[in-house]
Design a binder for this molecule. Structure first.
Ligand SMILES: NC(=O)C1=CN([C@@H]2O[C@H](COP(=O)(O)OP(=O)(O)OC[C@H]3O[C@@H](n4cnc5c(N)ncnc54)[C@H](O)[C@@H]3O)[C@@H](O)[C@H]2O)C=CC1
Ligand SMILES: CC(C)CC(=O)C(=O)O
Ligand SMILES: [Mg+2]
Length: 352
């Protein structure tokens, strides 16, 4: 059970330290943790955000715990050297095309949501975000128009096979939940989305026990704050899924609460290889202050135990400890409390 520990930048190291404490407390036989550098932290040492040393570690491990990357000091670098290329590169290099982002309100935290408590209380949804395609990975560049203006461009595209494989992942996810799948696209405007919708409908024929509906992304953004409890499983593209999941986090209460699993086709001796990371970024505005909520990172470790190592009981144990600690008031500033990163980690450990 080899796990790559990739804290990254900003609050990444602070929240990773808490997740590692929780993992170590479980005392799992055969668990090995291997540290690696990603993002600006790697660029400062090796001159690249995803250096060969880290890539080799990623390939050698059964699962990866990833903190966050991003550093304002690097915003002026050429794009291929920016910290964010580490997370994009990891997902592409390992073929991690299915990003599962669960959003569920924790008992006792309904009032921390940006929504009314009775609306927030009904949230229990899963966003299945495609992670290897879309406008994030299309050809991009800067060119000059005929009248001498600068013009930036990013090509949005999806191939049929890319949509088909995420469709199967989403239908299977919906089967394991309530059997309702909502595919979010912009098929009224985008050809990419029309293909997405057509393939979703084709794949639906193989899952007669799942009810498929379609929703345009602008409406989905609205419905997510109007009646989020009506969603069960959402499947969407890379860009829309990125945006909708940040929005879902505030419906739950804080972006510091939402974990994710990024899975591909590769199987190890233990289960599906995957990378596990909070949905948030490196939060430079609070980095180094001990204020970051480590819950999303800790819950990402739980998702790792479930998906990559088949350790369901241990995953559930972490999730129960987090729910109990939050319910008992282990809240940071993001949730209206006063606790810092380490104190929240202590509370989770005490509840384990
Ligand atoms: N997977 C990754 O590594 C990601 C990296 N980024 C990068 O992170 C950097 C910052 O991006 P932002 O747009 O500011 O997004 P962000 O998610 O880092 O922060 C947005 C806001 O949420 C707060 N926040 C985030 N995580 C928190 C936590 N655990 N506890 C308490 N508050 C938390 C931050 O303080 C900030 O006010 C950029 O360089 C961006 O490119 C952004 C998203 C994902
Ligand atoms: C650097 C971004 C593509 C990462 C992000 O915002 C995300 O995956 O949620
Ligand atoms: Mg994001």
């Amino acid at each position: 059970m080899k796990i790559a520990i990739l804290p990254g930048d900003g609050i990444g190291p602070e929240i990773m330290a808490e997740a590692v404490r929780v993992l170590r407390a479980l005392d799992l036989p055969g668990m090995e943790l291997h540290d690696g550098l990603v993002g600006a932290a790697a660029w400062r040492v090796h001159g690249h955000p995803l250096p060969p040393e880290t890539l080799a570690l990623m390939h050698a491990c059964d699962a990866l715990l990833f903190g966050a990357v991003g550093d304002p000091a690097c915003d002026g670098l050429e794009r291929h050297l920016r910290p964010e290329q580490a997370v994009l590169g990891m997902r592409k290099e390992l073929g991690l095309f299915a990003n599962l982002r669960p959003a569920k309100v924790f008992p006792g935290l309904e009032a921390q949501s940006s929504l009314r408590p009775e609306v927030a209380g009904a949230i229990d949804l899963m966003i299945v975000r495609e992670l290897n395609g879309d406008v994030y990975f299309g050809e991009k560049g800067m060119r000059e128009t005929a009248d001498g203006q600068r013009e930036g461009y990013d090509i949005m595209s999806y191939s049929e096979s890319e949509v088909r494989r995420i469709a199967h992942a989403a239908f299977r996810t919906a089967q394991g939940r309530s059997g309702r799948l909502c595919s979010v696209d912009k098929a009224n405007v985008l050809e990419t989305s029309q293909l997405w919708r057509d393939v979703m409908i084709e794949v639906a024929a193989e899952y007669p026990d799942v009810t498929l509906e379609h929703m345009y992304v602008d409406n989905a953004a609205m419905q997510l704050v109007r009646a989020p409890g009506k969603f069960d499983t959402i499947v969407t593209g890379n860009l829309f899924g990125d945006i909708l999941s940040d929005q879902a986090s505030m419906c739950v209460g804080s972006i510091g609460l939402l974990a994710s699993a990024s899975l591909g086709a590769e199987q190890t001796a233990y289960g599906t290889k995957g990378a596990y990371e909070p949905i948030h970024g490196s939060a430079p505005d609070i980095a180094g202050k001990g204020l970051a909520n480590p819950v999303a990172m800790i819950l990402s470790a739980a998702m790792m135990l479930r998906h990559s190592f088949g350790l369901e009981a241990e995953a559930a144990r972490i999730e129960a400890a987090v729910a109990s600690a939050l319910n008992a008031g282990a809240l940071g500033a993001d949730l209206g409390g006063t606790m810092g990163t380490v104190a929240i980690g202590d509370a989770v450990l005490a509840a384990l």
